[in-house]
Ligand binder design. Structure first.
Ligand code: FE
Ligand code: FE
Length: 203
């Protein structure tokens, strides 16, 4: 199979698969991410079908039971050691391998967009930035106490992906340092440092 939908024939078929894998609340979030990803793709002349597909898949393993996750990780020999005990970000890499091995989707950019959707990474592709931001900008997310930040980041992101990305990374790093100062994954730190340095050298 070589189409972007892997062993499926269409977006609609995959939509049904993901709907089965996710709880209702999670799936509603996914649909919010899909809608933002479509808008950001259009604004950046990026392939809308690809952005929509990556958004649909980004949390596909978030609701797998621990047993199913363990079984999948063992079966395909997936190494998650670089994430240490930061469990909340492991559904990204697991989801990336799931879309590769189970859905048979071979697109590398989609793989990376799903893999790094919680942490980002240095030198992200346009699709990686779109999914990272769309995940944050899901209009259904509870913003109690954060409305102002959300509107600022939304405004920046819709004007320029890199500006939106940098503010999101800054906010996220601030929040992580406050909540889990000793438990921040290297990918998150490296992403923030990379984009901070890039900005400083451009100013
Ligand atoms: Fe996620
Ligand atoms: Fe998400």
């Amino acid at each position: 199979m070589s189409g972007i939908y892997g062993k499926y024939n269409s977006y609609e078929e995959l939509y049904e698969e993901v709907k089965k894998l996710e709880k209702e609340k999670r799936f509603n979030h996914t649909l919010g991410v899909v809608s933002v990803a479509e808008e950001l793709a259009k604004l950046n002349n990026y392939d809308v079908s690809k952005a929509r597909l990556a958004a649909l898949l980004h949390d596909c393993c978030k609701n797998l039971s621990d047993e199913d996750k363990d079984e999948f990780i063992k079966k395909y020999n997936i190494d998650l050691s670089r994430f240490g005990n930061v469990d909340q970000i492991k559904h990204g890499p697991i989801g990336a391998y799931y879309l590769k091995y189970v859905f048979e989707i071979e697109d590398e950019d989609i793989f990376n967009a799903v893999y790094y959707h919680s942490t980002g990474r240095p030198d992200m592709s346009t699709l990686e930035k779109i999914i990272y931001l769309a995940d944050f900008l899901d209009p259904g997310r509870d913003r109690t106490g954060y409305e102002e930040n959300y509107l600022k980041i939304k405004d920046l992101s819709y004007n320029n992906l890199d500006d939106g990305l940098f503010m999101t990374l800054e906010r996220t790093m601030y929040y992580l340092k406050l909540k889990w100062p000793d438990n921040i994954c290297d990918d998150s730190k490296n992403t923030y440092e990379y984009y901070k340095n890039l900005r400083e050298s451009n100013n």
